[in-house]
Ligand binder design. Structure first.
Ligand SMILES: [Zn+2]
Length: 293
């Protein structure tokens, strides 16, 4: 009897074994969950409240990577400062770069803001171009497709389900993209400033004009000289909106707002970065609202 139960448990656990997936950011977890449904077990390695360029590579994250079948990363060097040592220490051959269980979704994206030369004079981060492509809703669809293909490759017996889930996801995101485009049509040409080059892809989506960044260069802290020049630029261009993310200091934005009369709009850079942005739908709706209203 005991033997029969054991065989049954072993059989059912192998039939219903879930793909064990790690992702580096919450948006990747959300998309993977939508495509994989109950066939995947997803763990995210970071919190959306933190600076995505500089996640602390805590030892607890190494343990999380040991038994994974797949890791899905943003790529375009966004994780370069924190993920490589974790992958090395986890010593899990399945998820090493170049192996089947490693997926870099930036491979499917056309990056913008590519520097002409790579040197520190271009800033501290983004040598491959702007890695914050997920801020444009259209890129979530491209990422969704790539994830569905990868899940089907690792778990071919459920490939039809992954394809169906992707098609449903694609329709939902296309519908939302259309709704947002119609709703915020009038904000085309609006002039704004932002802290870091986080929202450039969203600007492209909505036809927004970025007048400048609080950071003089990506990853370089604001200087008084640059801030004063930015204030002048804002006055000359009648900029009334300053976009602030959740993880940078807010002092500089408050000073600029005081000097120019601009209002500070807090914008989520990832799913769950702010209250009420825990789904892809509420995340993209919040971005549109914060930038355009
Ligand atoms: Zn960045």
């Amino acid at each position: 009897m005991k033997k029969t139960i054991l065989i049954f448990v072993l059989l059912t656990s192998s039939i219903f074994a879930k793909l064990n997936v790690a992702t580096t950011y919450t948006y990747l977890s959300s998309i993977t969950q939508r495509i994989g449904g109950n066939l995947v077990q997803v763990t995210c390695l970071s919190s959306p409240k933190l600076d995505p360029h500089f996640i602390t590579p805590k030892p607890s994250l190494i343990a999380k990577l040991r038994k994974k079948d797949l890791i899905i990363i943003n790529g375009a060097q966004l994780e370069i400062g924190w993920l490589p040592p974790l992958l090395r220490s986890a010593n899990n051959p399945k998820i090493q770069n170049g192996n089947k269980g490693f997926l870099d979704v930036s491979a499917a994206i056309t990056l913008i803001d590519k520097p002409k030369t790579v040197s520190r004079s271009q800033g501290d981060v983004h040598p491959d171009g702007n890695p914050h492509f997920i801020l444009d809703i259209h890129n979530s669809i491209i990422v969704g497709k790539l994830i569905s293909l990868k899940l089907a490759q690792l778990d071919p017996s459920h490939s039809q389900i992954y394809t169906q889930n992707y098609k449903k996801f694609q329709k939902q995101m296309q519908h939302l993209a259309h709704t947002l485009k119609t709703k915020y049509k009038s904000c085309q040409g609006k002039k704004v400033i932002q802290y870091h080059e986080l929202f450039n892809y969203a600007f492209k989506q909505y036809g927004i004009q970025n007048i400048g960044n609080i950071e003089p260069l990506p990853g370089i802290s604001p200087s008084s000289k640059h801030t004063l020049a930015l204030i002048n630029q804002m006055k000359n261009n009648k900029v009334t909106t300053l976009l602030q993310d959740v993880y940078h200091e807010k002092k500089t934005a408050r000073f600029i707002a005081q000097q120019t009369g601009a209002h500070i709009a807090l914008v989520p850079h990832d799913v769950g970065a702010m209250r009420g942005t825990h789904t892809l739908e509420t995340f993209y709706t919040s971005i549109g609202k914060a930038i355009c209203q």
